[in-house]
Every structure is written in C-alpha cells, then in structure tokens.
Design a protein around this ligand. Structure first.
Ligand SMILES: Nc1ncnc2c1ncn2[C@@H]1O[C@H](COP(=O)(O)OP(=O)(O)OP(=O)(O)O)[C@@H](O)[C@H]1O
Ligand SMILES: [Mg+2]
Length: 254
C-alpha cells in the first residue's frame, strides 16, 4: 500500500499515479488529458494512439480517488466497450487496493466498496439509458456510436454535472462526432492527435499504409473523408442549404 503522503500525491496528480502505480507513461497529450477537469472533451485521434488506454486509466483514477464516481463506458458494440474495460481491469491489477475494497466484479461492471461504480455497456439506446448520475461518460469509437444513443446518454450528466469524453478516429462526414468537431468544437476541450505524434507508430509502418490503405488520412491523420455511399459530397449539400428559403410545410417546433 502507498504511504499516506504518496496516496495524497497520487490523488492530486493522475499522471504521477499512472507512472508510478500503473507503470503507464503517458505521452504529452495523454498527460494533459489525465490532468484535465473539463466537462466536455473530444479526442480526434489516430488509430492505436492510446485513447482507450488513457481513458481507462482516467476512469480508474476517478474510481479510486473521487467520490461519488460513476463511470459509464459506451461504444457501438459490446466488444468495443469491453476493450476499454479490459484495459481498466489490467490497470486495476497493478493497484494495491485493500482486500475489501472491491465488492462486485463482473467483466462489465465493477462496484468498489466506497460505492463507486464503473460499467461498460454496448451501443443500444435501451441498454444504456437506465443509468443516472453518471459522473464520467466515456464514449469510445464515438464516430460510430448512433446519434440516438448519444442523445439518450447526455441527460445522464445533467444532475451529476458529469464529464463527457468522446474518443474516436473519424468515420466519414456524418453523425454527432463529426458535427461536434466541425461546428461545436469551441464548446469542447479538443485534441487532434495524428499517428506522427505517437512514438509507437513508426515512419516505415505509415509509409506502407500510405501506399496501400485507402483510408490512410482518416485512420492516421484525423481527416473526415467523404462517406463512400453518398451521392453528393458534404460540401455540396452544405452549399445547397439556405436559411432564406421558407419551408413548404410547417416545421415541427418540438
Ligand atoms: N503511453 C503509452 N505507453 C505505452 N504504450 C501505450 C501508451 N498508450 C497506449 N499504448 C499502447 O498502445 C496500444 C494502443 O492503445 P489503445 O488501444 O489505447 O489505442 P486506441 O487509440 O484506443 O486504439 P484503437 O484505434 O485501435 O481503438 C496498446 O497496446 C496500448 O497498451
Ligand atoms: Mg480504442
């Protein structure tokens, strides 16, 4: 067990804690994210840059050092939310907690003796909307999370004044992840992390990908590419929309 003074230092500095306790040495942007207290954060990052791992560390730090804390992970599929949970579990294995600290532990839900919870759910609106008072909402692979789910989970943060962190690689010019990035970014703390900023992705690997992967810019350089099944480009549609034309039929106020 850490001494009381170490524990205080760990509670105040998640980066120190991650390094010394988890053996996780955050990249500069990961350190910024771990220390951030912003309520709304959007991460537009290269594949494999370390978004899920960092958010798992962040979730574990909050579970141990903040009260009350209720972390909820949502992702398009159960497999994807389980990935973040696996990382959370791996990190948890590195932390020496008092033996009575953990009261329930299934693969997808952890309840700590201090009452805190950390839960991973798949991407259907029904399976996620039953929760309330979420203090940390982690939306993994957010560009592929359905807008219905996004809209139904947001109110869970209202009363708890909880934090919402969206993390993703782009997936076309569509959905809430693209909308926030392109139109509402000023309301969010945002991170744009390309593969070149990740010390674990080599130049050689990227060069092969550049020549062979059609989605190279999207997967590694945070670019929202046109959706392949669209007849018109996003810019063509945006240019065709005008506020000056009155709708032919009444617009529903609600
Ligand atoms: N700071 C770090 N130091 C060492 N390894 C790291 C660091 N950050 C991430 N990794 C490792 O990099 C790999 C990718 O991490 P992770 O799965 O978190 O990335 P991701 O951005 O969520 O990837 P994906 O795009 O596939 O979802 C993992 O093996 C993880 O352990
Ligand atoms: Mg991931």
């Amino acid at each position: 067990m850490p001494s009381a003074s170490d524990d205080l230092a760990y509670s105040l500095d998640p980066v120190l804690w991650a390094r010394e306790v988890l053996g996780f040495h955050p990249d500069p942007w990961q350190a910024d994210l771990l220390r951030s207290r912003s309520r709304k954060v959007i991460l537009n990052c290269s594949r494999q840059s370390g978004k899920s791992s960092t958010c798992a560390a962040l979730g574990l730090h909050e579970s141990i050092y903040r009260r009350p804390s209720f972390g909820l992970v949502v992702a398009p599929t159960q497999d994807q939310s389980s990935e973040l949970m696996l990382k959370f579990d791996e990190f948890r294995g590195a932390v020496e907690l008092p033996s009575d600290y953990l009261s329930t532990d299934t693969k997808l839900a952890v309840r700590f003796a201090n009452g805190n919870r950390f839960i991973a759910r798949p991407g259907s609106e029904k399976s996620a909307r039953s929760f309330s008072a979420v203090t940390l909402l982690l939306e993994d692979e957010a560009s592929r999370v359905l807008d219905d789910l996004y809209n139904s989970v947001r109110p869970m943060l209202a009363v708890s004044n909880g934090r919402h962190i969206l993390m993703s690689t782009p997936f076309g010019k569509r959905g809430h992840f693209f909308k926030i990035w392109s139109e509402e970014r000023d309301l969010w703390e945002w991170y744009e992390i390309t593969a070149e900023m990740c010390p674990r992705i080599s130049k050689e690997f990227l060069e092969v990908e550049r020549r062979t992967n059609l989605w190279y810019l999207q997967e590694y350089f945070c670019v929202f590419m046109e959706t392949v099944d669209s007849v018109f480009t996003f810019d063509q549609i945006a240019a065709a929309v005008s506020d000056e034309v009155e709708p032919l039929f009444g617009v529903d106020q609600y």
